[in-house]
Design a protein around this ligand. Structure first.
Ligand SMILES: Nc1ncnc2c1ncn2[C@@H]1O[C@H](COP(=O)(O)OP(=O)(O)OP(=O)(O)O)[C@@H](O)[C@H]1O
Ligand SMILES: [Mg+2]
Length: 290
């Protein structure tokens, strides 16, 4: 059995009589220390999938397992970087990270904790803003705090929900390199959501495409057979890298075409027939039962 496992997971939102199934029959197996990138369009259900993996949302059906045990709620072994940063507004950059660290490593001395936090603040390039509150940070800076906070908790599984999407290209590239370096040095299981094909191919062992919702499901994985350590400059000259990018992009575009085709298809018409109000009878027989 794989380390992380989703078996036949489905989840919908809305009341029972008007429910939209966002995810349908999701099956995913992630090996220990594997780096998996889930890629999909906006609104397809990626964050919902992440919340299920983090134990924050229970699926309507199916099993979610880590190390063979059901994931029934959030915990320190599952570190999630949320798409919307979710920092405590009354705490500084250091304070936000320190709070999380002290909950996961209560045995650390104050001095050890300070040094540990400072290392991660520096890693994401925020030493100069360590004492600032979230309101005095840009979106990208908040995203970096959120990433540093989760990394500092050293969870067994890192769940990254588009952790770099609010960053400018240069900072994004820096942090991609940093994530790559951290993961190559200190292996752990990573599931990263991204909408960036280049990022997925650069970082992951395997790309798992999510089809367009509703009723989104995971398509067949695309293995990224590019040796590590990876170097972004060298990769750009590698034909295998370019082919993977091309194939993944084409696959995603085919999902979009299929979704557009489905949307254009005529919706099923209700089984109604005009009535002759003078007699109260139908003048056209309704469709015979199938
Ligand atoms: N709590 C909720 N109640 C009702 N609908 C929801 C809820 N959470 C998500 N949805 C719907 O589920 C679908 C998937 O949402 P989700 O946030 O998982 O998408 P996403 O792929 O992460 O999108 P993005 O790339 O924009 O972050 C959307 O149509 C959204 O409106
Ligand atoms: Mg999302």
């Amino acid at each position: 059995m794989s380390f992380l496992q989703l078996n036949h997971v489905s989840l919908g939102f809305g009341p029972p009589d008007n429910r939209t199934e966002v995810l349908r029959d999701i099956n995913l197996s992630v090996e220990e220390n594997e780096f998996v990138a889930v890629i999909g369009f906006s609104g397809s259900g990626k964050s919902t999938l992440m919340n299920i993996l983090a134990g924050l949302q229970r699926p309507d059906s199916g099993d979610v397992l880590m190390d063979g045990r059901p994931i029934t709620g959030p915990g320190p072994e599952l570190g999630i970087v949320f798409q919307n940063y979710s920092l405590l507004p009354w705490l500084s950059v250091t304070g936000n990270i320190e709070l999380a660290v002290s909950r996961v490593f209560p045995q650390m001395s104050r001095a050890e904790r300070r040094a540990h936090v400072a290392r991660y603040v520096e890693m994401v390039g925020l030493s100069h803003a360590a004492d600032r509150k979230p309101r005095a940070l840009s979106g990208g800076m908040r995203q970096r705090v959120s990433l540093a906070r989760t990394l500092a908790m050293q969870p067994r599984v890192l769940l990254l929900d588009e952790p770099l999407s609010a960053l400018d290209a240069l900072t994004r590239a820096n942090l991609q390199d940093e994530i790559l370096r951290i993961w190559e040095q200190d292996k752990r299981t990573v599931v990263m959501i991204t909408n960036d094909v280049d990022e997925a191919v650069l970082l992951a062992d395997r790309i798992v495409p999510l089809t367009v919702g509703p009723e989104a499901t995971l398509a067949e994985s695309i293995p990224v057979d590019i040796p590590r350590p990876r170097d972004r400059t060298a990769l750009n000259h590698l034909p295998a890298f370019r082919k993977l990018k091309h194939d993944t992009t084409q696959l995603l575009l085919s999902f979009r075409r299929e979704s557009a085709r489905r949307a254009r298809a005529l919706p099923p018409l209700p089984d109604i027939a005009p009535a002759d109000f003078s007699t109260g009878r139908r003048i056209i027989p309704s469709r015979p039962a199938a």
